[in-house]
Design a protein around this ligand. Structure first.
Ligand SMILES: C[S@@+](CC[C@H](N)C(=O)[O-])C[C@H]1O[C@@H](n2cnc3c(N)ncnc32)[C@H](O)[C@@H]1O
Length: 228
């Protein structure tokens, strides 16, 4: 009784959080009744590493579905070989989970980057080749940036000059140069779309921003700052 008073009316309607075990997505079948589902996961029921399993972690995206939620509804409403359509597929969570369950999927999204990200997460890869390409491009960027740190030979000056205001404002010179060299190398590889997503993620993290304001930074952070 004491505990019930801590909950809002909405929370009381969906059952008491701390006494019931949430639904295990793997146990859901077409016969599972909707009113049997308990989707009140706490962090310890569904820790971050589970919510971002396999490719779900590839790139940040605000407003991702929790994949386990998608899994539950795919298991309830679809069978192997059927097709799910997600017209607002965002970062591709539904499409990825459908792949895992051998359900066909079609997705679209108004944002080109989201379509790119969804394609990359659902494409088929020759994994050894993919790994080789990722390591190779990183090694080539490192070779070229080391050359410019210690000698003027191979200085890649064209990557030091840019008239792009965003790049000038949000990136330190060395980071900007590494990102631009990496971008120039992408056409040499088979898995160009994957390399673009990696570039996007790296660029996001390399901006002049505090580590706690990666989503909506307003000003470049160019001075030391208090880390809390
Ligand atoms: C909340 S997100 C979906 C997130 C997705 N469930 C996931 O887990 O990544 C909604 C998506 O709808 C897309 N969207 C909005 N209006 C749209 C439209 N008219 N046509 C297609 N996509 C649209 C947005 O670009 C956004 O990616």
């Amino acid at each position: 009784m004491e505990q019930t008073r801590l909950f809002t009316n909405e929370e009381r309607k969906v059952s008491v959080y701390h006494t019931e075990t949430p639904t295990d997505p793997r146990l859901v079948t077409p016969e599972t009744r909707l009113d049997e589902l308990n989707l009140n996961w706490r962090e310890k029921d569904l820790p971050e590493r589970e919510r971002t399993k396999h490719v779900h972690r590839l790139h940040p995206y605000l407003g991702k579905f929790i994949p386990q939620l998608v899994e539950i509804f795919l298991r309830k409403y679809f069978r192997t070989g059927e097709t799910v359509y997600d017209p607002f597929c965002g970062s591709g969570t539904t499409l990825v989970e459908a792949n895992v369950l051998n359900i066909n999927s079609i997705g679209c999204d108004i944002a080109a980057f989201n379509c790119l990200l969804s394609r990359v997460k659902t494409a088929e890869y020759d994994v050894p080749l993919m790994r080789k390409e990722v390591l190779d491009i990183l090694a080539r960027v490192e070779d070229r940036t080391q050359a410019t740190l210690f000698s003027r030979q191979g200085a890649d000056d064209e990557f030091e000059d840019t008239d792009n205001e965003y790049l000038l404002r949000w990136f330190a010179p060395q980071a900007r140069k590494e990102l631009l060299i990496y971008r120039s190398l992408i056409p040499n590889y088979r898995y160009q779309e994957l390399l673009k997503v990696i570039l996007s993620r790296a660029a996001r993290s390399a901006r002049l921003t505090t580590h706690f304001d990666l989503d909506f930074p307003k000003q470049p952070q160019t001075e030391p700052y208090y880390c809390y």
